[in-house]
Design a protein around this ligand. Structure first.
Ligand SMILES: [Zn+2]
Length: 300
């Protein structure tokens, strides 16, 4: 009976929130382990992910204080994308940032003795209730940046992709000016001082798109971003000459506006009116809101 209630809840939830700009909650079902523990170590290192992106990862070590599901060792560790090595930091928009001393409830999948993080809920320090619809983590030295676009998207022509990405990025004006400097054929993330935006021919689970923002640890200055859209989702344009009316998918410019928020240093917030709210509905039409420009104006 309880399982049925959970399944009905998940079904309703996925109807309402088909995809998160960055993730969804079916997770606890997949977890082999649900543990509560304190982060005792975070170590940054470089490596490749399954798509060949060359990234900074964090190996997180946790002292297990409570086992809610599954038996575990006293100390466990797992790796997540994002972290810091030397002077360089990498913020990955769909991955939490772990710090020593934090206490989390962790949903993990253990496979061949390796733990993979599915999701976490921070218990300590308690998340401060957000008063404003605004959270930032780094900033560009000036309020303008240019990027290269790989317009190879399954659902529309390169010209239409270009104009949708231009619409989403352009909506941060006048606070921040994002310019498409040209096109590229690149399809991998790496730190090379080139800002690229591309489509990955894969379905990222319930993740729609991810922005990788490289910054200087000491100055908090952004030096580069790479942005990837999973092409396993259906993307639509507001221009009827480009696609049919939106149905069972997302307006590309809406998802892009959210991701470019990350590219200029904004984090998620809890305000449903904000473009930086981490959940996305099918066919949502809201682009950058005045509350978002006000937030960007706090750093530019
Ligand atoms: Zn996001």
């Amino acid at each position: 009976m309880k399982k049925l209630v959970v399944l009905v809840f998940i079904f309703v939830f996925l109807l309402v929130f088909p995809g998160l700009a960055d993730k969804t909650v079916r997770d606890s079902e997949d977890a082999t382990h649900i543990l509560v523990g304190e982060v005792t170590g975070v170590e940054g290192y470089y490596d490749y992910n399954e798509y060949g992106d060359y990234l900074i990862f964090s190996r997180v070590t946790v002292r297990v204080d409570k086992e809610l599901k599954g038996r575990a060792e006293k100390f466990i560790s797992f790796s997540v994308e994002g972290g810091e090595v030397g002077e360089l930091g990498l913020r990955v928009s769909n991955t939490p940032v772990f710090k020593k001393g934090q206490v989390h409830r962790l949903y993990l999948k253990k496979l061949n003795a390796i733990y993979k993080l599915i999701k976490q809920e921070k218990i300590k320090p308690e998340a401060k209730p957000q008063t404003e619809c605004c959270a930032t983590f780094a900033k560009w030295p000036q309020n303008t940046a240019s990027f290269y676009l790989n317009p190879n998207c399954n659902d529309m022509t390169p010209n239409c992709t270009y104009s949708e990405i231009d619409r989403g990025s352009g909506d941060w004006q006048p606070v921040f000016k994002l310019v498409i400097a040209g096109t590229t054929s690149m399809t991998k993330v790496k730190q090379d001082y080139q800002n690229i935006v591309f489509f990955r021919k894969a379905k990222g689970g319930s993740t729609i798109a991810v922005t990788y923002t490289w910054y200087n640890r000491t100055t908090g200055i952004i030096i580069e971003f790479d942005m990837m859209f999973y092409d396993g989702w259906k993307y639509f344009s507001f221009d009827r000459n480009c696609t049919s009316a939106c149905n069972g998918g997302f307006y590309l410019s809406v998802i892009a506006a959210h991701e470019f928020g990350h590219a200029i240093g904004l984090d998620h917030n809890d305000c449903t009116a904000s473009i930086m709210y981490p959940y996305a509905d099918y066919c949502e039409t809201g682009l950058v809101q005045s509350v978002d420009r006000t937030c960007a104006a706090t750093i530019y």
